[in-house]
Ligand binder design. Structure first.
Ligand code: ATR
Length: 277
């Protein structure tokens, strides 16, 4: 039995009830009339290996992986993409028919696709980018920006040594800027990105002074709950083009859906509405 007649996919995490992925993939399955299912899988660290190895045998064609398993899941894969190795985390697993587990990271793709869709005039090669934060999300953003040919990345994080560590790892194109100085380097940026959790519902606001922002600068917040963060509101009032973080979540899901269900899904208003509902 290959168990593949009705393809199954899901998202593995702990906790998992907050995940928007089931709504997202569920919307696409319905829209494209695909007879498949996408389900949330609450998996603790201790059960991760057992579950990941069992899924292909149970008819799963793939899975997304979220907190806290994005790093540890890589050791369970037979093949890890170069992008996932560089970022140091995987968010998308594909189970091949021969039983092999392929791990990839699509966060950087989602980040860049969101900017391309919503700010098509932004030229990554034109001027430096400013990145706030040095956690897992920042890693994916840094790799994507370097790939896109951004000339310089000004990286600022509350805990400066973490930013210094990313500079050592990812190279000389990164310049570390002290957290309290971050407001002073915005003027020449073509892009400002918040990868921290600041501004998220229940978290403090990002307090970097934005007076130095230029109206030509594109401002992107990875936070999508709320959709309009204080950072985006202020930037918008200053005349900047802004892009919210929901698009990154939607776009990072595209490669997985395409690989598992054989259809390239659209990211559009209908999907945004379905995910926010
Ligand atoms: P993620 O995977 O979402 O990036 P993470 O790896 O925990 O999550 O990283 C969280 C980021 O938000 C870090 O850059 C963190 O800064 P520190 O490295 O100094 O912890 C940043 N962050 C979280 N809370 C913050 C706060 N109150 N002030 C400033 N930065 C904060």
């Amino acid at each position: 039995m290959n168990g593949r007649s009705i393809p199954l996919a899901g998202v593995i995490g702990d906790p998992i009830s907050h995940s928007k992925s089931p709504k997202l993939h569920g919307h696409w399955l319905q829209r494209y009339g695909i007879e498949g299912h996408y389900i949330p899988l609450h998996v603790t660290e201790g059960n991760l290996a057992t579950v990941v190895r069992a899924l292909p045998k149970m008819g799963f064609v793939g899975a997304n992986v979220t907190i806290p398993h994005k790093v540890s899941v890589m050791s369970l894969a037979d093949q890890v993409s170069d992008r996932a190795i560089l970022i140091g985390a995987a968010n998308t697993l594909t189970f091949k028919e021969d039983g092999k587990i392929i791990a990839d990271n699509t966060d950087g793709f989602g980040f860049m696709a969101n900017l391309k869709e919503n700010a098509p005039d932004w030229d990554p090669k034109a001027a430096p980018a400013v990145v706030f934060g040095a956690g897992g999300a920042a890693r994916a953003v840094l790799v994507a920006l370097a790939d896109a040919g951004v000339p310089e990345i000004l990286l600022s994080n509350r805990t400066r040594p973490k930013a210094e560590a990313l500079k050592s790892e990812f190279g000389t194109r990164i310049k570390v800027v002290d957290w309290v100085q971050a407001g002073n380097v915005l003027e020449d940026a073509s892009l400002v990105v918040n990868t921290t959790s600041l501004g998220m519902k229940g978290q403090p606001e990002l307090r970097v002074p934005l007076d130095g922002l230029n109206a030509d600068t594109l401002v992107n917040d990875l936070v999508y709950s709320p959709i309009q963060t204080q950072l985006l509101r202020t930037a918008s009032e200053m005349g900047c083009k802004t892009v919210d973080g929901l698009g990154m979540l939607l776009h990072q899901a595209v490669p997985g859906f395409e690989r598992w269900f054989g259809t390239t899904p659209d990211v559009d208003e209908d999907l945004r509405r379905a995910v926010l509902a």
